[in-house]
Write a protein that binds this ligand. Structure first.
Ligand code: PFF
Ligand code: NA
Length: 459
């Protein structure tokens, strides 16, 4: 491990706090915010779920993001090596390789279906640009979406395009262009969301949507809803698979981990809430079902683009920006796998990108078939909690609600119990009361909360 010492400098640091924030935001903001948050909010009854989700972000997600970034910066290497290095005097050292393994497995599984949904966005660029959406009824818009889902070969084509986009960037190992892209495209996405929110205000159902999102009705909150909210906090902030740990290893020492983590979490949460405010007025104004599931944004936003002035232009731009947001997240899902293959298996970058990318691509076919030919195939359907879940639903459930929280739990235990308190304190450089709050959270609150939600749901 001596050879590894001081390689922080060799690997080069982010040029500034902004560069780190851009990269981390690029990973965090994606389909999780615009596709997943609205539909799980709709499925879980709105306000109470949103409140639990916000609590999970603040009390579990943010502290774990800080833990990941600090482990990464302290170790100064790839996640597996950082953990090994910091845990040097720990007899359980090999156990921490598990964090890397969980991350690699989660990356494979998530990217496989993430790319299929990214493919939907690719397909909708053409749908919006061709003017097909103009003046369409909710039924016609729904039919366009069902038509896409029922066609495995078209889905495969767009999934292939999305996967190829991700693989090209990861194979080249580019990072600099990506940051610039994020700094232009993220604000663009934000502005387009604001435009749709503006349109949503004219539908007459904005107030109803706002109370749906922000007025908690606890009778609608279920234990499985709490598990989904917790899992989504990990998914949306890209936690539990060591992505933020990898990025943290490039963060200069003089930059506040707490402040940067707060910035990333606030941007991510802001985009999700804005997406909710854009979509639910359209849902209510057109008599659609809030619990419509994974197709929700593709059944609502096209309606808005079909009705607003210059809708075809805004719709085209919106789906292009959504692809970019999903692309930067997809890259951050594949990158750790490729780095792991390079480092642990000694493969070169091109070969590992091709290999890992092809495995994800092939796995994605299972998700594609779940939408049509296998739509009645529910492999674990005999277990109550998996009733009615297709392969695609199971992949989504298992990664977001089990694997990522498990990875996050290990990170919390590592930062809270394995690292020396001194090292952690120095790295965070917080005021005494703030440090105490964070330390208590990762040592006790986070592990207990994650374990409790797990156990409660399994029983
Ligand atoms: N955070 C991304 C999103 O919200 O779309 C998804 C994601 C990216 C999850 C990277 C996990 C990850 F490591
Ligand atoms: Na996100």
């Amino acid at each position: 491990s001596e050879a590894l010492e001081g390689s922080n400098a060799k690997r080069g640091l982010w040029s500034s706090r902004l560069a780190f924030v851009l990269a981390a935001t690029g990973s965090a903001v994606g389909l999780g915010n615009i596709w997943k948050f609205p539909y799980i909010t709709g499925e879980n009854g709105g306000g109470a779920f949103v409140l639990v989700y916000l609590l999970c972000i603040a009390a579990v997600g943010l502290p774990i993001m800080m833990a990941e970034v600090l482990i990464g910066r302290r170790g100064g290497h790839s996640p597996v090596n950082s953990l090994r290095l910091i845990a040097e005097r720990d007899r359980l050292k090999p156990a921490w390789r598990m964090v890397g393994a969980v991350g690699v497995l989660a990356g494979f599984l998530i990217l496989s279906f993430y790319s299929v949904i990214g493919g939907w966005a690719v397909s909708y660029v053409g749908t919006a640009a061709s003017g097909q959406l103009v003046g369409q009824s909710a039924e016609a818009i729904g039919a366009i979406f069902s038509g896409l889902l029922s066609d495995p070969l078209t889905l495969l084509m767009w999934h292939t395009v999305f996967m190829a986009l991700v693989m090209v960037v990861v194979a080249k190992g580019v990072r600099s262009g990506l940051e610039r892209a994020v700094s232009i495209l993220m604000p663009g996405l934000f502005i387009l969301l604001l435009i749709v929110v503006g349109y949503a205000m004219t539908t007459g159902e904005f107030g109803r949507a706002a109370s749906f999102l922000f007025q908690p009705d606890f009778s609608k909150l279920t234990t499985s809803g709490i598990l989904v909210a917790l899992g989504h906090a990990f998914f949306t902030l890209s936690l539990g698979m060591a992505v933020m740990m990898a990025y943290g290893s490039y963060l200069p020492k003089n930059i506040s981990i707490a402040k940067t983590s707060i910035v990333v979490s606030v941007i991510d949460t802001g985009v999700a809430l804005l997406a909710g405010l854009a979509i639910f007025p359209i849902v209510f104004a057109n008599g659609l079902e809030p619990g419509a599931g994974p197709g929700l944004i593709f059944q609502t936003l096209p309606l808005a683009f079909g009705q607003m002035p210059m809708g075809s232009l805004f719709g085209t731009l919106f789906f292009i920006l959504l692809i970019f947001a999903a692309w930067t997240s997809g890259i951050s899902l594949l990158e750790p796998i490729v780095e792991w293959l390079e480092e642990q298996k000694g493969m070169n970058r091109t070969v590992s990108t091709l290999g890992a990318g092809l495995v994800c691509w092939a796995l994605g076919i299972a998700s594609i078939l779940s939408l049509n030919l296998w739509s009645d195939f529910t492999p674990l359907g005999s277990i109550a909690m998996f009733e009615g879940k297709t392969v695609f639903d199971l992949l989504d459930f298992f990664t977001a609600n089990i694997l990522l929280p498990l990875g996050g739990l290990m990170v919390a235990v590592f930062a809270g119990w394995v690292m020396s308190r001194q090292a952690v304190e120095k790295e965070l450089a917080l005021s005494a009361p703030m440090f105490k709050l964070w330390y208590t959270t990762v040592r006790y609150f986070t592990p207990v909360a994650v374990a409790a939600v797990f156990i409660y749901n399994l029983l």
